[in-house]
Write a protein that binds this ligand. Sequence first.
Ligand code: NAP
Ligand code: ZN
Ligand code: ZN
Length: 348
Amino acid sequence: MKTLAYAAQGPATPLAPFTIDRREPGANDVQIDILFCGICHSDLHTARNEWRNTTYPCIPGHEIVGRVSKVGPAVRNFKAGDTVGVGCLVDSCRSCASCKSGLEQFCETGMTFTYNSADKHTGKMTYGGYSSRVVVDEKFVLRVSEKQNLAAVAPLLCAGITTYSPLNTWKVGKGQKVGIVGLGGLGHMGVKIANAMGAEVALFTTSPNKAEDARRLGAHEVIISKVEEDMALHTGSFDFILNTVAASHDLNPFLNLLKRDGTLCLVGVPEHPHPSPDVGNLIMKRRRLVGSLIGGIKETQEMLDFCAERNIVSDIEIIPVQKINEAYERMLRSDVKYRFVIDMSSLK
Ligand code: NAP
Ligand code: ZN
Ligand code: ZN
């Protein structure tokens, strides 16, 4: 099926209109007309080959909300007209220990990401949500509540699950002091979700002008991470810190803020690695430095339901697809409030 899209043709070329071929839906497939697609910083890292693994043409986009337009004959859970979501994964082996535990993001023989991943069906690469429609196996399609603002739900499919999963895995909740580092797409969802889980939430930011927003979004405290004296006031006081920063930086100032047995979880994947933190900062208080990758399909559905029950969505700026390149530049300047979402009806 000929499908309109926006593609990067190389690391330094702006994204531009491009036509791709999508497969016709097979027995287990759901064909989705894309309504909205969020812009994740991973899209920018990939479009510009910052992780040095991009195959061109590259069509990013893994925060997809759309409407089912057709289903294959064996599809059980979806029908034409349903409102659905697709996140970062579109397939996995389904038989390894991780897949059997609902942790498809850690598939041991290789998961298929929504874009820039080897496509089992076409032998080419997968193409993401900066396009007018997508065809996905029903096991990787999520149910989205009709009652919410659909454009604002789209970012939950990556930013939502990437912050929910570690907060859930390390059992963040009442009585705990939790830090979120960086108020961007991931960070603002982290603030909302950690607050909804009952934690006392502090936001660490490099942008003092975001302090008021952070409080509105659910932070009980805002700490300007560049001000050493402010950081020092919190030494040894945090149970858990989730670091969403998209650029390389020193992790020691954050490790210092953890209690004994506290955890610093990294989810940002900068182009250049962070300098190795001081080992003493880990061993003296048995602190943990961990990482987390999106979330499995079951947990993603659980997160969508958790957010729907509490009316949690992303704070978004809607843009037409023609503004993608401008949005990337603003994202690089930390100038997003707090996620760009493409209105796909602008793709004609
Ligand atoms: P984003 O919207 O650009 O937000 C990143 C935030 O980090 C910025 O808003 C800024 O917040 C802070 N920041 C940026 N540059 C900084 C610097 N030089 N020093 C200190 N702080 C800086 O990006 P995002 O979409 O949330 O993604 C964040 C990172 O997570 C990216 O690397 C992305 O690839 C990665 N990611 C990982 C996963 C996963 O599964 N692990 C999933 C999705 C995304 P302040 O202005 O508040 O300081
Ligand atoms: Zn993402
Ligand atoms: Zn597997």
